[in-house]
Design a protein around this ligand. Structure first.
Ligand code: HEM
Length: 545
């Protein structure tokens, strides 16, 4: 009924949007088959403003949103009234099981979030800094020994693969106290299962696959849990990864629970799984996560916590290679801070040191703005609603509207990559990578969309986390919202890694200047044009400093 209402509700039809190339496929292929993320979205933003209509498969409408107030409404204020679409939650279920990424909006998601939050508290994350620094330094040493030894002029390094291996090892140790051995090239079932998963399974889905997914909206829900057994390229890949991970997680949870029951001999254990097991066992049995849910969190953590950070770091190094003056200034800032650290008798960078490095902060934020690896999200309205707009849009009939009424069942597509390019939020040069914008910004007057620098890239709600009172509040407020639980983890990890790499190496675009594209997959990875079948990659010329 809701699907039918959404199809027949006519207010959305008045919102302007691109003509649809095909009656059957609508504009969906424009997005999924575009060469580089943004090719079509930035044009639509220019043509229609902060909201536009796309045609989905079988004639349905999709409302795409870049407007700050609209995004705040859909992702924060009424977040549980905009659950994930069936296509998205089924995919997340297929990859991770009954994890927080799958968890249906409302009581189930709030229960998952509550048990998981303690593992992402600020003190807990501070304790991971030595791990991040150790992993970064291991990566630098491997480059020096294996690739750059005897080559003072440097060599071309495929940095994305190395960074994905580094972040996989980091998440393994931080989340499970487990060594994936990815940097050491250990032949490991688990690390192989996650290698290039999205590039292998999601790039340019077939038309039949898209039509099949559109039909999920009409299928009875219980049936959707069995779709994963179909023998398609992507389902086979997801299934084998999940089976390997499930086996591993089951053992790990058993071990951690045994520790807990036996009095937890190693109370200092900080890995996410230990904190999760402790938090879960302290919960009221009614609100505890089941064994299956606990196992699934491990898949979710590995999935959400490694390629995301690796791809963002890759884009950061690419931009630093393109802007050698910014790279030099960053290296000078690092050298200055290193001198202060040595003068103070400290051994290595602390979190406060990173926070006192304005250019480092700006480079991380600007990269998250410019290259949001989750370039758009999928939501569906659970009930009739009116979406407010900060800037009015012009309709098909020439009216100016500042609210869009929608019917239950309406599919909404928060377009994170276009919000991050709004000229009235980020400046007239929003389509340029320019970290200095974060050295000069006054965010007070902006509609608060993102918790971190008002960026939407982590889908976060806005609160000033430096204030301890608000941090406390955040733990509760965030219990009901689907923002990225790992945003701070990722920011600290990226700072720790980029500081080590820029301190030790100079990055440049290789002489053959490969054309890099932002592949339209779930984590917007870099690919070399013409070599897409080789998966994500970013060749950069690397010279030891
Ligand atoms: C640059 C790195 C990252 C980016 C840009 C990012 C972005 C996002 C976004 C946009 C969402 C919302 C997705 C949706 O609701 O449809 C999300 C959710 C999530 N992220 Fe991240 N993420 C990053 C790193 C991480 C890391 C390192 C972890 C874990 C250690 C993590 C764990 C999660 C989890 C568990 C959720 C689901 C939260 C929920 O539904 O309540 N992410 N992330």
């Amino acid at each position: 009924v809701t699907v039918y209402r959404a199809l027949t509700h006519n207010s959305i039809a008045r919102v302007r949007g691109p003509p649809s190339a095909s009656l059957l496929l609508g504009n969906v292929t424009d997005t999924l088959y575009q060469e580089s993320v943004g090719d079509v979205e930035f044009k639509w933003l220019r043509d229609y403003g902060g909201a536009w209509r796309l045609k989905a498969l079988l004639g349905a409408n999709i409302l795409a949103l870049a407007d700050p107030k609209a995004l705040q409404h859909v992702l924060q204020k009424s977040a549980y009234d905009y659950p994930k679409t069936r296509q998205l939650w089924v995919t997340l279920y297929n990859i991770t099981g009954r994890s927080i990424l799958w968890a249906p909006a409302g009581e189930i998601h709030a229960r998952h979030r509550k048990v998981m939050m303690p593992a992402f508290s600020v003190p807990q994350l501070r304790s991971f800094l030595p791990l991040f620094r150790r992993s970064a330094s291991k990566l630098s040493q491997l480059w020096k020994d294996r690739i750059l030894a005897g080559r003072p002029g440097g060599a071309t390094v495929e940095v994305n693969d190395w960074l994905a291996r580094t972040t996989l090892d980091v998440i393994g140790e931080a989340a499970f106290d487990f060594d994936f051995g990815a940097l050491d090239d250990t032949q490991n079932e688990l690390s192989q299962a996650y290698h290039n998963m999205f590039a292998d399974s999601q790039l340019y889905p077939s038309v039949w696959n898209m039509i099949f997914q559109a039909l999920w909206s009409l299928m009875p829900e219980p049936l959707l849990y069995y779709i994963r057994y179909l023998p398609t390229r992507e389902f086979k890949r997801y299934r084998s990864t999940r089976e390997i991970m499930d086996k591993f997680s089951a053992e790990l949870i058993k071990e951690r629970r045994r520790d807990f029951v036996a009095g937890d001999p190693d109370k200092s254990r900080k890995d996410v799984m230990s904190v999760l097991v402790r938090a879960n066992m302290s919960e009221n049995p009614k609100t505890q996560l089941s064994d299956e849910e606990m196992r699934s969190q491990m898949s979710a953590m590995t999935l959400a916590g490694h390629e995301t950070t690796a791809n963002t770091l890759t884009w950061m190094l690419w931009e630093l290679a393109k802007y050698p003056d910014v790279q030099d200034q960053l290296r000078a800032e690092i050298a200055q801070k290193r001198q202060d650290i040595v003068a103070n008798g400290a051994y290595d960078f602390a979190l406060d040191d990173f926070e006192a490095m304005p250019l480092l902060q700006a480079v991380v934020k600007e990269t998250l703005r410019f290259h949001p690896i989750a370039s758009y999200l999928w939501r569906v309205a659970a009930k009739d609603d009116v979406i407010p707009l900060e800037k009015p849009i012009v309709t098909e009939t020439g009216e100016l509207i500042s609210e869009i009424p929608i019917a239950a069942g309406q599919v909404v597509m928060p377009s994170l990559c276009t919000y991050n390019r709004l000229a009235h939020v980020w400046g007239e040069d929003a389509h340029e990578w320019n970290p200095t914008r974060f050295l000069e910004r006054d965010t007070e007057k902006e509609t608060k969309v993102g918790m971190y620098a008002n960026l939407i890239s982590f889908c976060t709600l806005f609160l000033r986390l430096r204030d301890p009172k608000l941090t406390f509040l955040f733990l509760f407020a965030a219990a009901g919202v689907r923002s990225c639980i790992g945003w701070r983890f990722s920011v600290i990890e990226m700072q720790a890694i980029v500081v080590d790499l820029v301190e030790n190496f100079r990055f440049a675009i290789p002489d053959d200047k490969p054309e890099i594209i932002r592949a339209p997959t779930m984590t917007m990875g870099p690919m070399v044009k013409g070599k897409m079948q080789e998966g994500f990659q970013m060749p950069l010329h690397v010279v030891p400093v």
